[in-house]
Ligand binder design. Structure first.
Ligand code: PMP
Ligand code: GLU
Length: 396
């Protein structure tokens, strides 16, 4: 009998961390590997945010904060949601957590009963399905492909809904595909969900600012679903604060209270120094972050151009976030250098071991024919990585 619970045994390790750890081990043993595995900005935290953290330490912000976060921070989140998304929230509707990751599981833990269904448009972020399992739910996947820019339609959504559906969970901008839903597309989705008042939309908008080709729209801005939507966002991506672990949710009152209840038993709230610094961050003019977005934009163009030259890679121009998600079905079922490539994870491992470039296979994103590269890396690294892959794959 396993000492580990059945519930945990059903879970997989996060593939993003599995691959980044593998790269770390290879580097430690002296192999020159380029890692395009983990999605995290390679920029430093802007100086004024760091200063706010120093000040918070000196001002002795060393005790527990209220469970859902300092009131001043929740007000700053509400102001940001009004400023950038035209959304009206009271601070009592905001819950600040240890990263957006916790914000998502707070909401799932608050609403999912055993056997409830959560709809996940595929590809989805690796942790969604595992979180659904952890809270006893069942994921229902909606398939997409590169031909539809990895986006679902309202008709597909309608078909996936059953009496057990509790939530729809997706990210736009999307990790891993780099696509985002336009206002029109979101409105069509909102119109479907509005017909089912017991369904909650969990809208993960953590890549909101990293958007090159259009305007970010939050589905909560459609009044017909405002009361049914949990907006998820955080500091990790836009402010390069991944290690500071601050995320937040904005929810209808009943759900905000429930998140507070979950969090009060799980973590007691987020780190106080990082919370104080986040107030300064959220008050910054988004224009001050433009240098990072412009840099990602340049890299997107670079990596897309180079990737189009790689044999057997089919890719769409990603319009947001910092991932590119080529379809590599050309290689599936082939045996390369004695290695059988059954799915994209085999192919990702094959590239790592042979071309010494780390990426993440698409199986745990729900797309076993694609692989994900994070291009939050320097232009030199990206050029070298694509050259290595091209040269290596040209032989097959
Ligand atoms: N959602 C998506 C789509 C992500 O890519 C990530 C990765 N960091 C998260 C949520 C979690 O972010 P964090 O916990 O660092 O705020
Ligand atoms: N969200 C990032 C990624 O997808 C960081 C790792 C993680 O949280 O899974 O790579």
């Amino acid at each position: 009998m396993s000492k580990i619970s059945d519930r945990l045994n059903r879970l997989s390790y996060s593939q993003t961390f599995v691959m980044s750890n593998k790269v770390r081990e290879m580097k430690a043993s002296g192999v020159d590997v380029i890692s395009l595995t983990l999605g995290e900005p390679d920029f430093d935290v802007p100086q004024k945010i760091k200063q706010a953290a120093f000040d918070a330490i000196n001002e002795n912000y060393s005790h527990y904060s209220p469970v859902p976060g300092f009131l001043e921070l929740r007000q700053a989140v509400a102001d940001k949601l009004k400023r950038d998304n035209n959304l009206d929230y009271k601070p009592t509707q905001i819950c600040v957590s240890n990263g957006a990751k916790q914000s998502i599981i707070n909401v799932l833990a608050a609403i999912v009963n055993d056997g409830d269904e959560v709809i996940l448009p595929a590809p989805y972020w690796v942790s969604y399905d595992e979180m659904v399992k952890l809270v006893g739910g069942t994921s229902v996947f909606i398939e997409t492909s590169i031909d539809t820019d990895f986006k679902i339609t309202a008709a597909q959504l309608e078909q996936a809904i059953t009496p057990k559906t509790k939530a729809l969970l997706y990210s736009s901008p999307c990790n891993p595909s780099g696509s985002f839903y336009t206002g029109e597309e979101l409105e069509a989705i909102a119109n479907v969900i509005a017909k089912y008042p017991d369904i909650t939309i969990i809208s993960d908008e953590i890549y909101e600012f990293i958007n090159y080709d259009g305007e970010h729209v939050s589905i909560a801005s459609f009044p017909q679903v405002y009361e049914q939507t949990a907006v998820i966002n955080g500091m990790s991506k836009a402010f390069a604060m991944t290690g500071w672990r601050i995320g937040y949710s904005a929810c209808p009152d009943w759900l905000a209270k429930a998140c507070d209840k979950v969090q009060g038993q799980m973590t007691s709230g987020a780190n106080t120094v990082a919370q104080r610094a986040s107030i300064t961050a959220l008050k910054m003019d988004p224009q001050e972050l433009q240098y990072m977005i412009s840099e990602f934009h340049k890299r997107r163009d670079l990596v897309y151009g180079l990737m189009k030259e790689i044999k057997g890679f089919k890719c769409n121009l990603p319009k947001s976030a910092f991932y590119i998600f080529p379809d590599i079905s050309y290689y599936l079922g082939k045996t390369l250098n004695g290695t059988e490539i059954k799915d994209a994870d085999d192919f990702a491992m094959f590239l790592l071991e042979n071309a010494h470039v780390g990426c993440v296979g698409g199986v745990s994103f729900g797309s076993p024919e694609c692989i994900r590269f994070s291009y939050a890396a320097s232009e030199e690294e990206l050029t070298e990585a694509m050259t290595r892959i091209k040269n290596f794959l040209d032989q097959f």
